[in-house]
Design a protein around this ligand. Structure first.
Ligand SMILES: [Zn+2]
Ligand SMILES: [Zn+2]
Length: 103
């Protein structure tokens, strides 16, 4: 486990779909469209200078939870993010089925 996680509570507006996201300190992606933003080097530190939007490219299962694989559209950086309970299930399913179609 990393100890570099910092809990930062913040609200933000999704730059992809304009949904107003209320942060709970762990929110790193939009629960509606699931897009994220390249702002962290370590989770929560907001130390990355890229700031590019991160596209949810796939969903992977991990024990009893799911992780979304995000890829930055600007620099190509890939990162796994845990799903939140508030994430839109249909959007998650859409990513999974889109991936299966391409496989
Ligand atoms: Zn969004
Ligand atoms: Zn980036």
């Amino acid at each position: 486990m990393t100890r570099t996680f910092k809990r930062v509570i913040e609200d933000f507006v999704c730059e992809k779909c304009n949904f107003a996201v209320s942060g709970n300190g762990y929110t790193n992606h939009c629960p509606k469209c699931l897009w994220s933003k390249h702002v962290d080097v370590h989770p929560g530190d907001r130390a990355a200078t890229c700031g590019g939007l991160m596209e949810p490219i796939s969903v992977a299962s991990k024990k009893d939870s799911y992780v979304i694989v995000h890829r930055c559209v600007v620099c190509g950086y890939e990162k796994n993010n845990e799903t939140n309970k508030s994430d839109d299930v249909e959007a998650l399913i859409a990513i999974v089925s889109a991936k299966n179609k391409n496989a």
